[in-house]
Design a protein. Structure first.
Length: 487
């Protein structure tokens, strides 16, 4: 670690003042301040090992790879005798941590997996291990800043003779107490926010079920307005009698436009047949098997790697990715899939997305697409009256979405998730993507055509009539009304 220069001594005092201001520690503007830059400079030579090789690792390397010397990463899903390369970092089996002397381990994993991993590493006598959960919307977790603050306290304690500050230890102990207090407060706030969101979501679903049984269109409109403003935090109340914005018009269509074709293309199994007839079977992810119930899935006939899905998709929760069949718990997979078939567990009863209302339930398996071959997770083409207008790209971190026009000019608006700060290279097969989108979109006033772009293949992911459920706000809001004019 670099020596603390004299001109960095005020950093300790300024950090203390910032911590004392309620909520300022998680303010995004802190990233642009000199305090944060000096902070990063002081620890950037720390050699670290990352635990986790998923989206968090990619995000960590892109955002902080210049500031940290990353020795390697480890992952639970890597076999002991294998290694892979991801984002310029070599990923080994987690067993490597137990065999070698390590420096500092940072957990680049989702928040809900940290406690068990920390306990496991502690049992292996690996003490220098810190949680580094990365949260949605590009924000740095409060826990990261707390870890850095504690790291600074240790650094200051190490160089207290150089700093010649007699009361430094007492002040730093006070800072540590404030940090612990703030961590407890932030944990409580996060827990209450999560509970509130789940409560609103559950209440919304129950209300939709009850309202649907009355078949009252005005009650449905009122519930849509509630979901639009209270749960998804749009800045205006939708006018469903005289729709003008994109979101308003799509919600209007879910109320009144009940074309049977919409159910066909929304069904994840029927969608494959539709695409094969329209543009050819080579663009369809190969099907491995279909079953009426989760208990009927025949794991013996499936290859080592595969993906299980529900015909009533609509969200990423109804997908199970299996990378090694020999390591899975089949009973646990069946337990996960059972809620998929519940009659009210579909998009219709969350936001009145009509095509899902009477959709037949089945479980099917399809070929596993190696994620390591994907440059980016998804290319989604927004088509209006059969013509592509915009493309949004989902990066390997699924909480970063960037919009482009047809000439591949990056747009300065975003929706639901913020854009990446770098330019995404234009795919070589862009013209093919646009041609296929025109053929598939010719029967719809609006549809979103999703693609998986592999190294040497192009697959259709799905056709979506209600992008983000027609509920996610646009930033800025004016884009919502500009899109509405296209529709």
């Amino acid at each position: 670690m670099k020596r603390v220069e004299k001109n960095e001594i005020p950093l300790i005092h300024s950090l203390k003042k910032k911590i004392e201001k309620d909520g300022k520690l998680c303010d995004k503007s802190l990233l642009k301040m000199n305090t944060w830059k000096k902070f990063n400079y002081a620890v950037r030579n720390k050699k670290v090992i990352l635990y986790g090789a998923g989206d968090m690792l990619t995000y960590f390397c892109k955002t902080y790879g210049m500031n940290y010397d990353i020795l390697y990463a480890v992952d639970q899903n890597i076999l002991p005798d294998r290694k892979i390369k991801k984002s310029g970092v070599t990923v080994y089996s987690v067993e490597k941590l137990y065999k070698e002397q390590t420096d500092y381990v940072i957990l680049a994993t989702p928040v809900n997996g940290i406690d068990s991993i920390l306990s496991e590493l502690k049992n292996k006598e690996i003490s220098h291990c810190f949680s580094f959960p990365l949260m949605e919307y590009g924000r740095i977790s409060v826990r990261l800043k707390i870890w850095l603050a504690r790291n600074l306290r240790m650094c200051a304690h190490k160089y207290q003779q150089q700093l010649k500050i007699e009361n430094l230890v007492q002040r730093l102990e006070y800072m540590d107490q404030k940090i612990n207090s703030m961590q407890q407060r932030m944990d409580g706030i996060q827990q209450r926010q999560t509970e509130r969101y789940l409560y609103l979501l559950h209440t919304n679903q129950v209300m939709n079920v009850l309202i649907d049984k009355t078949n009252d269109i005005e009650l449905k409109k009122e519930q849509m307005r509630y979901t639009f403003t209270h749960i998804h935090k749009n800045s205006y109340i939708p006018d469903l009698n005289n729709p003008k914005s994109f979101n308003e018009k799509i919600l209007y269509m879910t109320l009144y436009d009940h074309n049977p074709l919409y159910t066909e293309i929304s069904d994840k199994l029927q969608f494959k047949k539709y695409v094969a007839e329209k543009v050819g079977e080579k663009y369809v992810v190969p099907l491995l098997g279909v079953w009426n119930e989760p208990e009927e899935v025949d794991f013996e006939v499936l290859p080592r790697q595969f993906v299980l899905k529900s015909t009533r998709g609509g969200d990423s929760q109804k997908v199970v990715i299996v990378q090694d069949k020999d390591k899975i718990d089949k009973d646990e997979l069946i337990r996960i899939m059972k809620p998929w078939k519940e009659p009210y567990n579909n998009e219709y009863y969350y936001n009145f997305n009509w095509p899902f209302k009477n959709m037949e339930f089945k479980v099917f398996a399809e070929e596993y697409l190696p994620i390591d071959e994907l440059n980016y997770f998804d290319f989604k083409v927004h088509c209006f009256h059969g013509e592509p207008k915009y493309i949004h790209v989902v990066s390997l971190n699924p909480h970063e979405v960037t919009y482009y026009d047809l000439n591949w000019n990056k747009q300065d608006f975003w929706r639901c998730y913020p854009p990446v700060h770098y330019n995404i290279p234009k795919p070589d097969c862009l013209n093919e993507i646009l041609d296929l989108s025109r053929k598939l979109a010719e029967s719809f006033s609006y549809v979103r055509v999703d693609f998986y772009v592999m190294k040497d293949k192009l697959y259709l992911g799905e056709l979506t009539l209600t992008s983000f459920g027609a509920l996610a706000p646009f930033e800025p809001t004016e884009i919502d009304f500009e899109w509405g004019k296209l529709l």
